[in-house]
Design a protein. Structure first.
Length: 128
């Protein structure tokens, strides 16, 4: 994994342009401080089902405060699919400038993430 501190807009765009549709090939912008409670923005490429068309999976994760964590709510994560690389670049440039995208129309994948983590934990325990 390569990590950059305060990447330039050009570096962010280059990273997005060179990402490949492979497992564990993704980009994360992880701000030093939360942006409007947002922990990170990430993207990966996926092949659109039953086609050769590539699409970007863009996700945002929001942190909860202590009161919500005490109730068992760790985070909320949203996802959208984007076919146009210029849109992905714009989202990442804006995030790097401290502007969190409006994700009200994105899919809430929080439970999917929690279920995946639980499955991974089960698999690790079964290996022991």
């Amino acid at each position: 994994m390569t990590k950059f501190e305060n990447p330039s807009p050009e570096l962010i765009e280059h990273a997005i342009e060179t990402i490949r549709p492979m497992y564990d090939n993704f980009i994360i912008l992880d701000p030093e401080d939360l942006l409007e409670d947002c922990r990170f923005m990430q993207t990966a490429i996926s092949l659109k089902k039953d086609t050769t068309v590539l699409e970007y999976i863009v996700e945002l994760q929001f942190a909860y405060g202590e009161a919500e964590i005490a109730k068992g709510k760790l985070f909320t994560q949203y996802q959208t699919l984007v076919g146009d690389v210029s849109v992905v670049k714009r989202l990442f440039r804006m995030f790097a400038l401290g502007i969190v995208p409006d994700c009200r129309t994105w899919n809430d994948i929080t439970q999917d993430m929690l279920d995946e983590w639980a499955e991974q934990r089960k698999a690790r325990e079964a290996e022991k």
